[in-house]
Design a binder for this molecule. Structure first.
Ligand code: SF4
Length: 451
């Protein structure tokens, strides 16, 4: 929950893990100068990377606004005033006479019976500057003006920052064609929004031990995220998956600890219910070995992150890959959830998140609902950014970590991106990021078998 003590603590911890300095906006300390510089540079790089589509822009703005709100609220009163002055946000408090006149209304809007209203300064601003307060009925409105308390000034500042950032992103988008003439920048910027920096889920590092083909059916019901359940069910029903589904599901299975031999057994058993073994061996087994680095460039491919699944290769008719929270109609999704006996309240909560574009939060709520998590502290620690992370968390919750296996620390790693001409980042230097984009062998295999 944004603004909750758990949220603030987590954000603070995450910020401290980065090299972007502490959590304040304004600081005159000399030692913070370097951090501040990095913070600025990273912000502008992200603007370039995230201005390319409406969806990316919306996501980026939301994160920036959350970060700004967090930092602004940690400033002292003098520092906040200074910030407003520096940014020409000069709002005059209303007079004491007017405050006395509106005392009852202000008190009602603040939900306060005590004397708090007497001690707080109020500002009269056009209601269009504080939509969020209006929607929450937290301000008194009169003649198109809202009376905002000093404590709620953040809403005004956020509105200004939102419109400034939105305009800047639009300007940056228009400048992109010029930037793209420089072949050194393009590959890095294009990949940045899809890059995943969390734990590396590949078969060698799976910490739940080996998973055999026979275990997959049971695990899919208990511990798979909805995207993988959907792929599994459609495979069981149709005895076939198209290329996008085979890639997404195959790499996920590899990441949870299914060996190449077991993967081959699993896919062969299912596909051969609808075709003969020869056809399977000729058309599909290459792809499976390829994902395990045994064919083509022999790259050890990593499972797809949520970001990649959500932002790339949307499913077409006959496809079952993608993220159901993003790619399924909300009504269909709600029906599916109800079919899994998820309570009405939870279905509504999840649908609300989906409608506002918070797909991973919707997935975290699905996790809570299906794992019966009620403790707010536990739910604050659920953070879904990878289907394999979802599986691991679920498996540990239901079974505890397997004995004799070392937990894999969930620490972000720095990725070195090697940019060569206009090519994509080298797979050797960027193992954890988008290795899964199709290469030539992949493409050939998919053309042969995508039927
Ligand atoms: Fe799968 Fe991630 Fe979507 Fe959850 S949010 S369904 S794990 S892609």
């Amino acid at each position: 929950m944004k603004g909750s003590p758990e949220y603030i603590q987590k954000l603070q911890d995450e910020l401290r893990k980065t090299s972007l300095g502490h959590d304040l906006i304004r600081t005159d300390k000399k030692e913070d100068k370097d951090f501040r510089q990095k913070d600025l540079v990273s912000h502008f790089i992200l603007r370039l990377a995230y201005c390319r589509s409406e969806e990316l822009r919306r996501w980026f703005m939301q994160q920036e606004l959350d970060l700004f709100r967090f930092r602004f609220l940690r400033e002292g009163p003098d520092s906040r005033d200074e910030f407003l002055r520096e940014n020409s946000l000069n709002y005059e408090p209303i007079s004491d006479d007017l405050k006395t006149e509106l005392d009852g209304e202000l008190r009602a809007a603040a939900g306060s019976k005590s004397g708090v209203v007497d001690t707080i300064e109020y500002f009269k601003v056009p209601f269009t500057e504080v939509f969020d307060l209006v929607s929450k009925r937290k301000v008194y409105l009169q003649d198109g003006y809202a009376y905002v308390s000093r404590d709620d000034m953040i809403s005004i500042v956020i509105t200004h920052y939102r419109s400034h950032l939105s305009h800047s992103l639009a300007v940056t988008t228009r400048a992109l064609p010029h930037l793209e003439e420089d072949g050194r920048l393009l590959p890095m910027l294009c990949g940045l929004s899809k890059r995943y920096l969390g734990q590396d889920f590949n078969a060698k590092k799976s910490n739940v031990g080996e998973i055999t083909a026979d275990m997959i059916e049971t695990l899919s019901k208990k511990s798979f995220p909805l995207c993988m359940q959907q792929l599994h069910q459609s495979l069981r029903q149709n005895h076939h998956l198209r290329h996008g589904g085979r890639q997404q599901y195959g790499l996920f299975l590899k990441g949870i600890g299914v060996s190449l031999e077991e993967a081959m057994r699993f896919w062969r058993t299912e596909f051969c219910k609808a075709m003969d073994v020869d056809k399977f061996d000729k058309q599909y087994s290459y792809n499976i070995r390829h994902n395990y680095g045994k064919e083509g460039k022999r790259t050890n491919y990593t499972p797809y992150s949520c970001m990649k699944i959500i932002t790339t290769n949307p499913p077409g008719p006959g496809d079952f890959h993608g993220c159901p929270f993003k790619h399924m109609e909300v009504d269909m999704l709600a029906q599916k959830l109800r079919g899994q006996h998820i309570s009405k309240d939870n279905v509504e909560k999840i649908s609300k998140c989906v409608k506002t574009g918070h797909y991973q939060i919707a997935c975290a709520q699905y996790f809570e609902a299906t794992h019966n998590i009620r403790n707010p502290e536990d739910s604050a620690s659920i953070n879904i950014n990878h289907p394999n992370g979802y599986f691991l968390d679920s498996y540990k919750l239901l079974n505890g970590p397997k004995e004799g296996t070392k937990p894999v620390p969930n620490t972000p790693k720095v990725i070195k991106v090697k940019v060569e001409g206009t090519g994509t980042p080298s797979s050797q230097t960027n193992k954890q990021s988008d290795l899964n984009d199709m290469d030539d062998d992949d493409l050939i295999a998919s053309m042969e078998t995508d039927m």
